[in-house]
Design a protein around this ligand. Structure first.
Ligand code: Z5A
Length: 209
């Protein structure tokens, strides 16, 4: 799982890691949570674009979970069954942070809902791309202009809570979380990503690359 505050470089890094794994002869599938399924895409639009539909924090959390449930069932479990390596842009830790730490819901309740959504599936490795909230906000503003999406428009204070939440959860998350300094140049970060993935494959799947 590639996760972290908005604009931290997850998409950039997942794409490079996917290319690298393919070059190493690995079967790899890159997914986005929410988004890689039809249901995920529709829920994503509703969650991020439609500001005319009132959505409570509880409903928001359950919509992310519904998208994840579909993603796990439709794409992740079949990929694992086919011995493919799954790289996922965001997963459970995002919900714990955005709807839990920043959104005010109980992280324990989020875990309970997540058990249903993921059928108990846990990632082997979570890479957390850490970036100060103000740097993340500036990157997003320069990319989107003033057109920030609905969640991103919650502003810098919300982003600061998000960053703190990620760092807090990284220390107690039940599966391995590696924190990477996302202010560093893209290539330097990717070299670390490849080291962590290489070690994880060797450790968990006895695959040496
Ligand atoms: N969300 C949630 O609330 N609950 C949940 O359970 C889940 C998600 C799963 C959409 O997520 C929103 O959903 C998100 C959390 C919420 N928003 N909020 N608030 P998303 O992952 O689809 O969207 P995002 O986080 O905004 O991703 P992004 O905008 O695509 O950012 P990114 O993937 O982390 O970064 P990037 O696109 O690779 O790079 C961003 C820019 O920085 C781009 O211009 C790059 O060229 C540049 N960049 C990348 N790396 C670097 C380095 N190293 N140096 C300098 N510049 C860089």
């Amino acid at each position: 799982v590639f996760d972290g505050i908005d604009g931290a470089g997850k998409s950039t890094q997942i794409s490079l890691a996917g290319d690298w794994l393919s070059e190493q002869g690995q079967q790899v599938v890159c997914l986005t949570d929410p988004g890689s399924t039809e249901l995920g895409q529709r829920l994503r639009r509703l969650l991020l674009e439609r500001s005319d539909v009132p959505i409570s924090m509880q409903a928001e959390m359950l919509m992310f979970m519904a998208a994840r449930a579909q993603l796990v069932d439709e794409l992740i479990l079949p990929a694992i069954e086919n011995n493919q390596i799954v790289l996922c842009d965001r997963f459970t830790i995002s919900t714990a942070v955005y709807q839990g730490h920043a959104g005010g819901l109980s992280v324990d309740d989020i875990w309970a809902a997540n058990q249903i959504a993921t059928q108990g599936l846990l990632p082997h490795l979570t890479l957390l791309f850490d970036l100060p909230a103000d740097v993340a906000f500036e990157r997003l503003k320069s990319r989107h202009g003033i057109q920030l999406d609905k969640l991103e428009s919650r502003g810098p204070a919300y982003f600061a809570k998000v960053r703190e939440g990620f760092l807090f959860e990284s220390k107690r998350w039940p599966t391995g979380v590696e924190v990477l300094d996302a202010t560093r140049p893209v290539d330097e970060i990717q070299a670390k990503v490849q080291d962590f993935i290489g070690m994880m494959l060797k450790r968990n799947l006895q695959v040496r690359i």
